[in-house]
Ligand binder design. Structure first.
Ligand code: T5A
Ligand code: NA
Length: 208
């Protein structure tokens, strides 16, 4: 049996990642494809609780410390993620190491330093980037409460994401309606699954 694919959603805040990653998993499961939804930060772990306090501006941490906690929050999930992938389950992940680098680099931290702790994580097979201008995202419900939800920050984050794109990324216009976006992403995901079944490759290691 072929391993599962690692599919990642990235984008600025309120770009629709949670909406779309949830719908993709539902559609895949409905079509008989074993798929599981994950989200980073995972705020349910001990490390995730520290991250949540920082994001909600209840606690303070240095830029370096919070960066390493985001990375540790991915590493603590890695053994289970690899086991799931190897057993044939496709993982759909709401944010990953690209968010880690984009948000920290947007604070003027050295991107090379920012990448280092995530080197060797499971490599995503496909990245779907939900692209929206921060001014449009700001009009959506719930925007503005957490530490990075500021216009200038989001504009810089979007630029940082752009600098990380390679051929495994697809940029999707996140201003379209949710059904339209879902249809485009499902088609791209099915294409990737078919290609993988025909020509399976082992799990790669990120940034190695
Ligand atoms: N972070 C994260 C780091 O700094 N380093 C890291 O390593 C990681 C992993 C929290 C913060 O942490 C930072 C990045 C973030 O600033 P988070 O918990 O993922 O990360 O929180 P948010 O990105 O803020 O997630 P959001 O939940 O705000 O945004 P989503 O998931 O992109 O958007 P979603 O689907 O919840 O939709 C937002 C709203 O828009 C509507 C929805 O109904 C909802 O109200 N919506 C649409 N409206 C119109 N058209 C569409 N197509 C729509 N799709 C959704
Ligand atoms: Na979200």
């Amino acid at each position: 049996m072929a391993r599962g694919l690692l599919i990642v959603f990235e984008g600025c805040d309120r770009s629709g990642k949670t909406t779309q990653s949830t719908r993709l998993v539902q559609a895949l499961n409905g079509a008989g494809v074993a798929a599981k939804l994950l989200k980073f930060p995972d705020r349910t772990t001990a490390i995730g609780t520290m991250i949540d306090g920082y994001l909600q501006q209840k606690t303070r941490l240095s830029d370096q410390a919070i960066h390493l906690l985001f990375s540790a929050n991915r590493w603590e999930a890695m053994d289970q993620m690899r086991a799931d992938l190897e057993s044939g389950t496709t993982l759909v992940v709401d944010r990953y190491a690209f968010s880690g680098v984009a948000f920290s680099a947007a604070k003027k931290m050295d991107p090379r330093w920012c990448r280092a702790p995530d080197v060797g994580l499971a490599m995503p097979d496909r990245v779907f980037f939900l692209d929206i201008h921060p001014d449009d995202a700001a009009k959506r419900a719930g925007f503005g409460g957490e530490i990075y939800e500021r216009r200038e920050m989001q504009i810089e984050v979007r630029a940082q994401f752009s600098s990380m794109m390679d051929k495994s990324w697809s940029v999707v216009d996140a201003l379209q309606d949710a059904d339209e976006i879902h249809g485009q992403i499902l088609a791209l995901a099915n294409e990737a699954l078919e290609r993988h079944r025909a020509d399976p490759a082992p799990i790669g290691r990120l940034w190695t």
